[in-house]
Design a protein around this ligand. Structure first.
Ligand code: AMP
Ligand code: MG
Length: 354
């Protein structure tokens, strides 16, 4: 029997109503979870990844274009601050001899000025003039020969943010000593992340995650009502998470002795140097993760906290949303975790006990 038009219409109405009801009970976020645009580019010696959800009223092509622009901005920043590019502004600065003056861009001036502020805030633990020591310890890693005490002292004598002379009105820089050089390695990726976020925002993108090799900025949310999930890795168990948390309009960065290091005579030497002693961070800290309102701050403070260890908690401004997880070595060779401003916030979940 062929159903009448009225029955057909009624069936259609019931099905449509059922679909509408089901859709109403599936959260909007779940329906839009899958649509993500992601682009990777090799920049600043690492894979830079930017990911953004495409909203129902957004054009994926526009989102892709915005991500490309943000990646171009990171490439531009690499051109300004890389010590590996002979034409970068930093390389020009690093060729200066004592008392020679160079006019620098507003951008370089501001980031160097900010770096000097972080040096003060961290009581000397973060220092962009650390490069003579970085070079010394890098060649130790390559040759397998530790530097002599004299060599460390000689390099240390050329380190100190107090020897950078800035003229704010003329926008010039000079060094008070010969043989000084700057290394933006502990702040540059964070800065690049912030600049990429600025470019995304200017293109109308309000939700994205920017990740230039760990200096993550979580812009907005991954789906309506769902924040970005980030993990803090266990420093000694690869692939395992210590904490999982949710962030919105916040940055997170981790610095530690487990990513770049060399082992000599059974001892681990980190790529992070204590600019106050001239030696790589020793037996105190394994890693430090910092959450901050911008990635420049998270980057600089994560490095500073690696140098300062548990004491570093004191420079974390929890009132502004800053938080830290510092993993320290105990005398028995085990590790313990010191947290500041993180528990009870950011929907933090502890994944494994230390
Ligand atoms: P990050 O991975 O952000 O901790 O940056 C580490 C890089 O910053 C190193 O590879 C060095 O180039 C440089 N660096 C090492 N120690 C320091 C320090 N105490 N302050 C500032 N920069 C540092
Ligand atoms: Mg850093």
């Amino acid at each position: 029997m062929i159903p009448s038009k009225a029955v057909k219409f009624l069936a259609f109405l019931i099905i449509a109503l059922a679909i509408a009801l089901v859709m109403a009970f599936i959260p909007f976020s779940a329906r839009h979870n899958a649509v993500m645009v992601q682009k990777d580019r090799f920049l600043m010696g690492t894979i830079v990844r930017i990911k953004a959800p495409v909203g129902p009223s957004e054009d994926p092509k526009h989102v892709k274009k915005a991500i490309d622009k943000a990646l171009d901005e990171i490439a531009r920043i690499e051109g300004v601050f890389s010590v590996y590019k002979p034409d970068s502004e930093i390389s020009k600065i690093n060729r200066l001899r004592k008392a020679e003056t160079l006019k620098i861009s507003d951008e370089a001036f501001e980031l160097i000025e900010k770096s000097i502020e972080f040096n003060k805030k961290s009581h000397g633990a973060f220092d962009i003039t650390v490069r003579p020591l970085v070079d010394l310890w890098r060649s130790a890693g390559q040759t397998g020969q530790l530097p002599s005490k004299d060599a460390v002292s000689a390099a240390l004598a050329r380190v100190g943010s107090g020897y950078i002379i800035l003229d704010k009105s003329a926008k010039t820089l000079s060094f008070a000593k010969d043989g000084m050089s700057l290394d933006m390695g502990a702040i540059g990726k964070g800065y690049a992340s912030d600049r990429a976020v600025k470019v995304l925002r200017e293109s109308g993108i309000t939700n994205a995650i920017v990740n230039p090799g760990g200096d993550v900025y979580c812009l907005g949310q991954r789906a309506p009502g769902k924040l970005w999930n980030v993990g803090i890795q266990h420093p000694r168990q690869k692939g395992k998470l210590l904490f999982e948390l949710e962030l919105k309009d916040k940055a997170i960065d981790t610095a530690g002795d487990y990513e770049k290091f060399f082992i000599l005579d059974g001892k681990r030497y980190s790529h992070i140097i204590d600019p106050r002693t001239g030696y790589p961070i020793g037996d105190g800290t394994v890693s430090a993760s910092v959450i901050a309102n911008d990635a420049t701050t998270a980057d600089a403070l994560a490095t500073a906290l690696c140098v300062l260890g548990a004491e570093g908690s004191k420079i974390i401004d929890t009132k502004t949303g800053e938080a830290a997880v510092i993993i320290v070595k105990k005398d028995d060779g085990q590790v313990s975790v010191v947290t500041t401003g993180i528990m009870g916030r950011y929907n933090v979940k502890k994944k494994i006990e230390l």
